[in-house]
Design a protein around this ligand. Sequence first.
Ligand SMILES: *Cc1c(COP(=O)(O)O)cnc(C)c1O
Length: 394
Amino acid sequence: MTTEETIDLFDKYVIGNYTRLPRVIVKGEGCYMFDADGNRILDMFPGWAVSAIGHCHPKVVEAIRTQAGELLHIDNTFYSGPQGRLAKLLSERAFGGKSFFCNSGAAANEAALKLARLHTSQQKYKFITAEGSFHGRTFATLTATAQPKHHEGLLPLLPGFVYVPFNNIQALEAAFTDEVAAVMVEPIQGEGGINIATKEYLQAIRRLCDENGALVIFDEVQTGIGRTGKWFAYQHFGIEPDIMTMAKALGGGVAIGAMMAKEEVAASLVPGKHATTFGGSALVCAAAVAVIEAIEEEKLLENAINIGQYAKDKLDQLKQKHSIIDHVRGVGLMIGLQLNTPGAEIVDKCLQNGLRINCTQGTVLRLMPPMIVNKSQIDQAIDILDNVLTEGQK
Ligand SMILES: *Cc1c(COP(=O)(O)O)cnc(C)c1O
């Protein structure tokens, strides 16, 4: 099938709710993807942060092949090995919590919100979330997403959500009442533009929740599973949540989400209160186990820190050369370039030159390279970006 034929199929049969770039991707391998016209693209935003240890990581592919030969899916009426093994690996790498498995980031956040209401007293029903947040597209997680542009045309939303400006402790204090069940935040806002929480802010959330009998929920759907150089971003700040969600990178390319909760909180999720048919299937859990093992065996957390710093230094140098870059911010391999002009055209031009990056919030170029990336691939990416920015000035 040619590129034109495939695009034609989409025009006729696939709902047009995505803005798609005119490329048909047929293969992924490590830091690269290949389109139907034979072009190789250096992928610095693989699978929207899903393929975080690179496309088709051999260990993940092998684990999927093996598991597929034994058992794809068994419903949660029964026990199965991969789900149990994955829960253990996650617990040991986080705060010793227990996990519930689902199939997306939004579903993990839904579970977190439901658990927070179930666990706290009945008068507690409010959720505080931060402006610029992104928590998903289901009605509850869309309501939690404190960005009016995502709400347009969908009102009324769910009652009980209160929005506060991100990183503003005073506003948080002012919003707190004894009706608050939980505060949900991303330690580093992703879609919101790589906005990093201050340690003081997360400490204030922890303190206010403790004082008011509310729960801290960290949404680590984008930051979790090593992206920032630690297993979870909250570990940079030394503040533990009661509930944490993850998804994107967890399955290495297959659909899985997880909500983890401290044991005493998790105990409130009893049979009948929550479920999802596909959750924790043997296939996806086997893939996620392989992701965690690969990160460990290949020392990818260290790589995320080292190469992340290398990339940030290089991008800081690029900023000296191009006044369009206001500043660079990020942690590990989660990097944003704040521009002082719109960035969409730069993303398009980079792709034409064989580099995939992303732009969020109009003016933030987002780079989330796979954790297996090396210095020469970062150099290549920055060379392409440099050329595109130079062209743009002419
Ligand atoms: C992507 C994302 C979500 C939503 O995940 P889906 O799998 O698209 O439902 C939620 N929270 C954060 C922080 C995300 O980046």
